[in-house]
Ligand binder design. Structure first.
Ligand SMILES: Cc1ncc(COP(=O)(O)O)c(C=O)c1O
Length: 414
């Protein structure tokens, strides 16, 4: 099997396929979910800390709007205007203008099937063969595949690990970033809060990074999927709010996590009109327009002022409690795991002390403990000997999974 993949990608009958597709892989997150599903089909009891699908349902006010729309909107079965329905793009443009203090028009928005499609378009529209894109490692697995599929190359810059008494925290290695940039460098991807480490980059480091981006005339791609989920009153600074980085910015946003609507596949891309018009060519050739009903669901999601949205506030509170529970358990296993308490998002990236590489370790935990966790290597080279645990599941499932892992570790020691 290629690269120690958990899924067999060997090509016996179809050798002559696109070379970039050949080079790419399904993310480690999906691979472990696939193996876990196979175990479940055999009747095994598996608890999952792997995929980032929040436990909660889409709020009722969104569901009510969707039902009403199915019954009452005359053209709901039809394609929409291809960039997305105007009321939704208007609402998003208003929100952006207010939040980023950057005047934004609906023509600068494309409604996409989740942020994944927005990221795919961002890489498609910018990257030529052999162009390089910088990511800070560990990074969200799909960046690598999206860059590979365009013929570009991913350049991983390890996050700096800073010691802090008994603890440590991650930061962007600005010196290494400057050194890595060359004529082929096209863009830098910033994901804050970061998946998988939960790091929220601070304003100072982001301003320094912005200066590097500007000086080298690079594009900035932001992945803002977890921007709503910041803990401990940490201040969140959005690098895309720096006006002098525009127009070379493409922002990718999602309704998936915040509103518990991963299956509705709706998000958006925000950039300048010139790039939007190029991206629309890809959009038209890919999907024509995003799902009509999902766009209506997104419109309903934005109809509530965030401070008045008790559903979302409640979900965030539960996720925060889950985080505390997970950190508490990991504290009981601190001879085996080291980790940084996440400041945002809903994952903990743990380093383990055991001489097995992360794909093997994740399989061992799946088959012996009955818990699905994601191998760290799926998040880049720096992720080896790490695992990602997510805490977006129901509290009881998280407790069950961590109890199983605790038992598993105790047995390993004997
Ligand atoms: C950092 C990050 N970006 C993008 C995505 C894709 O999310 P979606 O396509 O559902 O918006 C995810 C999903 O887990 C993610 O964690």
């Amino acid at each position: 099997m290629k690269n120690n993949s958990l899924i067999d990608y060997s090509l016996k009958k179809n050798k002559n396929i696109n070379s970039y597709v050949k080079k790419s892989e399904i993310s480690a997150i999906k691979e472990i979910a696939y193996l876990a599903e196979k175990e479940k089909q055999k009747g095994k009891n598996i608890v999952s800390l792997s995929v980032g699908v929040p436990f909660y349902k889409m709020p009722k006010y969104i569901k009510d709007h969707v039902i009403k729309t199915i019954n009452e909107k005359e053209d709901i079965d039809k394609y929409t205007f291809f960039p997305g329905i105007l009321p939704l793009r208007k609402k998003i443009a208003e929100k952006i203008s207010f939040e980023l203090k950057i005047p934004t028009s609906p023509d600068e928005i494309v409604i996409t099937a989740g942020s994944m499609m927005a990221l795919k378009y961002a890489t498609n529209v910018l990257i030529n063969k052999d162009d390089e894109v910088i990511v800070f490692s560990p990074y969200f697995s799909s960046y690598k595949e999206q860059i590979t599929l365009t013929g570009g190359k991913i350049k991983e810059i390890p996050l700096k690990i800073n010691k802090n008494k008994n603890d440590f925290f991650y930061s962007i290695d600005l010196k290494k970033t400057e050194k890595t940039i060359n004529k082929k460098t096209k863009a830098i991807i910033v994901n804050s809060p970061n998946n998988p480490t939960g790091t929220v980059y601070n304003k100072e480091e982001l301003i320094k990074l912005a200066k590097i981006i500007k000086k080298n005339n690079l594009y900035l791609i932001t992945d803002e999927v977890y921007d709503y989920l910041i803990f401990d009153n940490i201040s969140y600074f959005n690098i895309a709010s720096i006006s002098w980085l525009w127009p070379k910015v493409i922002r990718c946003f999602s309704f998936s996590k915040k509103y518990g609507m991963t299956g509705w596949r709706v998000g958006y891309l925000h950039t300048n009109k010139e790039l939007v018009n190029q991206i629309l060519k890809i959009h038209d050739a890919t999907i024509v327009c995003n799902n009509h009903l999902s766009q209506e669901a997104a419109l309903a999601a934005l109809s509530k002022n965030e401070n008045e949205d008790d559903d979302i506030k409640n979900y965030i509170n539960i996720l925060n409690k889950n985080r505390e529970i997970m950190i508490n358990y990991l504290g009981q296993m601190k001879n085996f795991f080291s980790y940084n308490k996440p400041q945002g998002g809903y994952y903990v990236f743990v380093k383990y002390k055991y001489p097995l590489k992360s794909k093997e370790m994740a399989k061992k935990i799946l088959y012996e403990a009955g818990v699905a966790v994601v191998p760290g290597i799926g998040f880049g080279k720096t992720g080896e000997y790490h695992l990602r645990f997510s805490f977006c599941q129901k509290t009881q499932e998280i407790i069950e999974a961590l109890e199983r892992i605790k038992k598993f570790i105790n047995l390993l020691k004997k």
